[in-house]
Ligand binder design. Structure first.
Ligand code: PLP
Length: 382
């Protein structure tokens, strides 16, 4: 990645997205699941990285599929020029599915009501459907006696030429804890659901269960396709799996800005709302022009660190809506100096997981929350 120029920002803050790092992460995930097709998950604007740019990079890297939550997200990919296989797995009540189906987007049915919504959508193209099974997450999908009702209705619809059953899938609840017995239970339940569907004479081309964590740790659930999200962005699915470096992943996003004000204050200076931080000695405070209005986690108040002139410096006091104060100590710094909130970690800067740990959340939320006034820019090292 091009080293950012000192003090140069295009807005209050810049999220620099390294597309070469993203493609390299997909290659690592491909090597971890060499026999499965790869679905690059780009929901929620590619976890805050920008769905159109990321999806192009995913196709360049050879991802056969793109996965999104909503049909609006799928439509945005089509508007961005993507023509390849896309699955949108959420089916909110009242959603107009026809434009997505007619744009060649695969949809999911996780209940007979959702299947009816697909059948009644009024699409001119025959809908391509992935049947969603709840194997233990208790979120979407059919479970227990609902399985046979959905499978029977889907088979009948397929026999009538009204749909094509392309896939059967489920989602793991505890994949980031590879030793959890829940993984084994879900794996077995999925196998049983696939067998039950086969007993209706339906053997879809794509059985899929694995997310990033299972792609990296559980080959027995790779099946025909793996759905990789968080790890493709260079963020570890969870502390049990190790750091991105342990997993040979490179963080894709660097969140950077510049100090907008630097000044010396005496001991006993209360900083930011509520004075939850009081300087113990004379020190330098640096003002950073981003806050929770941009998705910076307020829970990181007094907890996370940023990187200024080669040094990790703590957040002083509460994260505000538009600003954060750093305690720079005796560090030499001036207005315009670069501040890296998190990045690849290769220069000593924090990574998204450090902010997650400081704020009591997961790396997913750190990047996905970003928005507001943050400007995204793209670099591509190759
Ligand atoms: C978000 C999501 C994924 C990707 O999960 P990661 O942990 O980010 O790899 C896969 N499948 C479904 C159904 C999802 O909702």
């Amino acid at each position: 990645m091009t080293p950012p120029t000192k003090g140069r920002t295009t807005g209050p803050a810049e999220a620099v997205v390294d597309l070469a790092a993203y493609r390299a992460n997909l290659a690592v995930l491909r090597a971890a699941a060499p026999t499965a097709l790869q679905m690059a998950v780009v929901k929620a604007d590619a976890y805050g990285h920008g769905a159109v740019e990321i999806s192009r990079a995913a196709r360049q890297a050879g991802a056969e599929w793109l996965g999104v939550a909503t049909i609006e997200e799928a439509a945005a990919l089509r508007r961005g020029g993507d023509r390849g296989p896309v699955l949108a797995w959420l089916s909110p009540a009242g959603a107009d599915l026809a434009p997505a189906i007619d744009a060649g987007v695969d949809v999911a049915a996780g209940s007979t009501a959702q299947l009816e919504a697909v059948l009644g959508a009024g699409a001119t193209t025959r809908p391509r459907v992935h049947l969603k099974v709840d194997t233990g997450m208790a979120r979407g999908g059919v479970r227990g006696a609902e399985l046979s009702a959905l499978f029977e209705a889907a088979r009948a619809a397929q026999d009538a030429g009204s749909i094509e059953i392309v896939g059967i899938f489920s989602h793991l609840a505890c994949a980031d804890e590879p030793a959890s017995p829940v993984n084994t239970a879900q794996e077995h339940a999925f196998g049983e659901a696939v067998a039950e569907l086969a007993s209706y004479g339906v053997e879809p081309e794509l059985r899929h269960l694995a997310n990033s964590a299972a792609t990296l740790t559980r080959p027995s659930v790779h099946h025909d396709l793996v759905r990789v999200g968080i790890a493709s962005y260079g963020i570890s699915p969870g502390p049990t799996l190790g750091t991105p470096a342990d997993l040979r992943l490179t963080p894709v996003m660097t969140l950077r800005t510049a100090l907008s004000l630097v000044r010396r204050v005496p001991p006993g200076t209360g900083v930011s709302y509520g004075h939850t931080y009081v300087t113990k000695r004379e020190t330098t405070l640096g003002l950073v022009p981003v806050g929770y209005g941009d998705g910076i986690l307020r829970a990181a108040s007094n907890a996370a660190s940023a990187w200024v002139n080669g040094t990790l410096v703590p957040i002083a006091g509460r994260v505000c809506m538009d600003q954060v104060v750093l305690d720079l100590g005796d560090l030499a710094a001036e207005r315009g100096d670069e501040v890296v909130l998190f990045g690849a970690g290769t220069r000593g800067e924090p990574i998204a997981e450090d902010w997650a740990a400081a704020a009591g959340t997961i790396g997913y939320e750190v990047v996905t929350r970003l928005g507001g006034r943050i400007v995204r820019t793209y670099v591509d090292a190759t």
